[in-house]
Write a protein that binds this ligand. Sequence first.
Ligand SMILES: C[S@@+](CC[C@H](N)C(=O)[O-])C[C@H]1O[C@@H](n2cnc3c(N)ncnc32)[C@H](O)[C@@H]1O
Length: 272
Amino acid sequence: MAAAYRCGRDKNRDGEGVTSKMNRKRYETPMPGKSTGFDYEEWTGSLDKESLKRVMQTYYDERAEEYIDWFLRTGLYDRPETNEPFLRGLRELEEVVEAFGAGRVLDIACGIGWWTSLLARHATGVVALDYAPGMLRECRRRLALNGVTVDLVRGSAYQLPYADDTFDGAFIGLFVSHVPREDVAAFLTEVGRVVRPGGRVLIVDSTLPELDDVQEELQKRPLRSGATYPALKVYYGEAGLSRALAPFAQHLRVRTVESLFVMATYRVPGAS
Ligand SMILES: C[S@@+](CC[C@H](N)C(=O)[O-])C[C@H]1O[C@@H](n2cnc3c(N)ncnc32)[C@H](O)[C@@H]1O
């Protein structure tokens, strides 16, 4: 039976969304079309995990053109109280991501390719994968503007379309927090399958100030159009992320950046 995602807050703290009280009927109607939006208020009930993943694809498709606002802290994401630490944290992470690029790297759930360009500076090859066509379109456009060439692939992060040990490293930006907790082990196993033993993984995600463990929320995500979508967000603090990654990781390091981001690096076990 479906997981019932419960809402935990009604105030926006990270600029990503607001949660609201949920009703009780299961979401069973077809997924909304591109211009229809998702009538959050009409959505009455718990949303099963797989339906939620599909709704999020529509959400990210529709959000693709305005996703840049999140990085620039503009539009819906202009939060005077956190813009400065956010941008400081972002700059720090950009350096880490750029330095991470080496060998053949898979950018999992690449979105608009903000990090992809940085990875591509030093990597010998980058494959950027996402399942939302709108995100891939935007990513292609941005990479072309930056004069960056990478392979763009539509695919599922949960079933990566690659043979074992294909990559020297994987980068996962702001996606682990969208993976249902019960799927995290399978997801990390999949990452470890396509990255060679001894290969490196870099995870970057948003977190909540002073969170050490894990906080799961179903958020109400607004778009400029006025449409709102539900999105699962699992915030990890240092302890929570360390615990989730430990079974899949060697030389694991986890740290908070500017209290709004958390990052982790590790090596895939099994190298001789
Ligand atoms: C929060 S965005 C992060 C995008 C990018 N990594 C970044 O940091 O800007 C989450 C991304 O995950 C993608 N995504 C969500 N579920 C996915 C799945 N099952 N397989 C592949 N991509 C997925 C969305 O389309 C979206 O681009």
